[in-house]
Write a protein that binds this ligand. Structure first.
Ligand code: WT7
Length: 679
């Protein structure tokens, strides 16, 4: 297929395996031509003449479009003002029902320019790191784009993180600026973000000098429900500004600062293989090309689409597919402040009907949680506007997939199971091929749905290459391999570590302040390859199935947590002498957290409560252990290393008699642990 057909709008229908294969082969065989062509989807100040100059060995260097120059905010806003100024950019669905707002591209542009001018007046310059500790409100999008406009680097810290998690991320990024809001409403409850920020800044050596408080109107839907706790105050060393005061003094006009393709657009902290979060650095040019193209193709974006991504902007999905991907193409997006179960479990479905959402991107954990409720919550919605569904964050189990397909998609909508990571910037593997263009499919299936379903496919799935739970195909230009017997291959039947053979434009540039970790964690494990940390297998059709993490990273409700991070928090309790955290399969969260402890304490119930409290304070509520088990001893190797693998087996209820215990010096403790689980 001619690569131009991917940039032209509407996108080509990836309607058969042949069409996909042709385009995919072209992208692999002519990578420079393919990617330079794709780069044209964004407006450059200086058009790049080279695409990929990356290498994985001997030292990893990620370099895409290196002589290109651009401004990311210009691409998400200014260039749409000619044709789409009055089009809705953001439909903000507030926590409380009936408080939605529409923001046009013109208004968004104006708000971004004003905030950018305020930031400039506070001294923000190209290359400065600005931490945004903000909830799901339009002001967060405005703040990200304002940073991008100035060439400043944003570091969004998930608003559910605690004060100490925020303090750690501020220190690690040496961020001199913090932008936050006083409070937020979520699920009918007030969250005091300002209190957390004040507490975070009270620690010694906080790098923050300037705080900008966006008194988000949208987060103030009901100011009577709580008010400020007022326990903390800002330290004397920071200057605190109220946006409302400064906004009046600035103009609506703000020029875009030109940056190089390789200049960082943002940093985003994620869990790595140590106890400390890693600041993943993403580029401006390559990242935007990749986020934009993948979003276009995977969602088959049409101008009239209304797109709803439920992920919090505090995670990479919210960055790539909640903000940059959709806005780069002037797609109308829904930004939802609340939770799927407030005021009741019909909330997502109501939003879909009310705003005529056509594209819906969510996570398996949310689907599993919603599936538990009575179908009456869904029956009240028609869901007829939907035409494509997608899932991300963890493997989607086939029953949940089928429910998503039948009950939410009414058998009309293909599901994109998108595999990727914070480090990859955008989707690398997903079932790209659907046998009908979904736009057309809506009309076909409405008229003769049953007939067609029966004729085309006995499994009642009218979309070819839709296997429940299968991520299936690599995106254009992406070369996945699976390591089996030390050899990287991709052929039917192989199973092992999932790696990538070549770079792609969305690939992270590095880890902030830790080049060594970047090299060792991702590129030295299998020299010449990028190692993802996930396992995968390839089926008889050559389709890829993701098996989940093979390292110590836990995936709890789609959130990445490291066991060491949790163990360090737990060890802060003075009466805990040893701790080991493992994941276990959990019916809603995907993985639950189980902490094994050795302790001097005698009141176990009190201890458990205190530990939960410590973890909430150190990391945040998402990291609260589901199970805490006090044990006399932990299984260890001769050198004293805890054997996590055996604890995982114990918690899954495996029979220890059949396990290989040869490396364990104290196997008897496993029997005791096993027995304590049975009661
Ligand atoms: C890890 C990355 C990518 C955005 C959200 C998570 C797991 C992600 C899938 C999927 C199976 C998946 C992997 C990956 N994961 N998507 N479709 N099927 N597993 O980003 O926090 O960087 O986590 O999430 O284990 O390594 P993240």
């Amino acid at each position: 297929m001619n690569p131009e057909r991917l940039t032209s709008s509407p996108t080509p229908s990836l309607s058969s395996l042949d069409v996909y294969q042709e385009a995919y082969d072209y992208s692999l065989n002519n990578p420079e031509a393919f990617w330079l062509e794709q780069a044209k989807r964004i407006d450059w100040v200086r058009t790049p003449t080279v695409a990929d100059r990356s290498q994985f060995a001997p030292k990893a260097e990620i370099r895409w479009f290196e002589d290109g120059q651009l401004n990311v905010c210009y691409n998400c806003l200014d260039r749409h003002l000619g044709q789409h100024a009055d089009k809705t950019a953001i439909i903000f669905e507030a926590d409380e029902l009936g408080h939605s707002q529409r923001i046009s591209f013109r208004e968004l542009h104006q708000r971004v320019c004003r905030l950018a001018n305020v930031l400039s007046s506070l001294g923000v310059k190209k290359g400065d790191v600005i931490t945004l500790y903000m909830p799901m409100v339009p002001e967060l999008v405005v703040a990200m784009l304002a940073c991008a406009r100035l060439g400043a680097i944003h570091s969004v810290v998930f608003s559910g993180f605690s004060a100490s998690a925020l303090a750690e991320r501020l220190a690690a990024s040496q961020s001199r600026y913090l932008v936050t809001v006083s409070q937020n409403c979520r699920g009918g409850r007030i969250h005091h973000l300002r209190d957390n920020a004040q507490q975070a800044l009270a620690v010694d050596c906080s790098p923050v000098k300037t705080v900008l408080l966006l008194n988000s109107e949208s987060s103030m839907t009901y100011p009577n429900k709580g008010g400020q706790k007022g326990v903390f105050a800002w330290p004397a060393s920071v200057v605190v500004h109220n946006y409302n005061d400064l906004e009046r003094t600035v103009s609506d006009h703000c020029p875009c600062v030109t940056v190089n393709a390789l200049d960082p657009l943002f940093i985003l902290y994620t869990s790595g293989s140590t106890g400390h979060p890693k600041g993943v650095i993403h580029s401006s040019g390559g990242y935007l090309v990749y986020a934009s193209l993948t979003h276009q193709v995977i969602f088959d974006i049409q101008p009239e689409d209304v797109y709803f991504c439920t992920a919090d902007i505090g995670w990479i999905t919210g960055h790539s597919y909640g903000v940059y991907g959709p806005l780069s193409k002037a797609t109308t997006l829904v930004l939802f402040q609340g939770v799927p179960t407030y005021p009741d479990a019909s909330r997502f479905w109501r939003i879909i009907d009310e705003h005529k959402v056509s594209l819906f991107y969510t996570a398996p954990t949310a689907l599993r949680a919603l599936r538990q409720f009575e179908e009456s919550f869904i029956d009240s919605a028609s869901l007829t506007s939907l035409r494509r569904l997608a899932s991300v964050g963890e493997p989607i189990d086939p029953p949940t997939w089928q429910w998503f397909f039948d009950v939410i998609g009414k058998g009309r909508c293909p599901i994109m199971d998108t595999w990727w990571q914070t480090e990859t910037g955008g989707v690398l593997i997903c079932p790209l091929v659907t046998n009908v263009r979904s736009k057309d499919s809506a009309s076909i299936f409405e008229s003769s749905a049953n007939e067609l379903l029966q004729q085309t496919n006995p499994s009642k799935n009218p979309f070819i290459h839709q296997k429940p739970g299968c991520a299936a195909k690599p995106f254009f230009g992406v070369r996945p391999v699976i390591i089996q017997d030390q050899k990287p291959v991709l052929q039917p039947g192989v199973e092992g570590y999932l790696c990538l053979e070549k770079s792609w434009p969305g690939q992270a540039l590095g880890i902030l302040g830790d080049e060594d970790y970047f090299q060792k964690a991702y590129f030295d494990v299998h020299p010449g390859l990028y190692t993802s940390g996930d396992g995968a297998k390839c089926d008889e059709d050559g389709d890829i199935w993701i098996l989940g993490r093979l390292d110590d990273v836990l995936n709890v409700s789609g959130h990445r947590l490291n066991s060491a991070e949790l163990e360090q928090a737990i060890m802060e309790h003075p009466e805990v002498t040893e701790a080991c955290v493992v994941g276990f399969s959990h019916s809603i969260k995907g993985q639950g957290i189980c902490a094994f402890l050795v302790t001097k304490a005698s009141n176990y119930n009190e201890l458990k409560q205190q530990i939960k409290q410590i973890v909430r304070q150190k990391i945040g509520p998402i990291a609260t252990p589901d199970k805490i088990l006090v044990v006399p001893d932990l299984p260890k190797t001769r050198s004293g290393k805890i054997i996590r693998r055996l604890l995982r087996k114990v918690i899954e209820g495996a029979d220890m008699k059949t396990e290989n215990l040869s490396s364990c010096v104290n196997p008897s403790c496993l029997i005791t642990i096993g027995q304590s689980l049975e009661v």
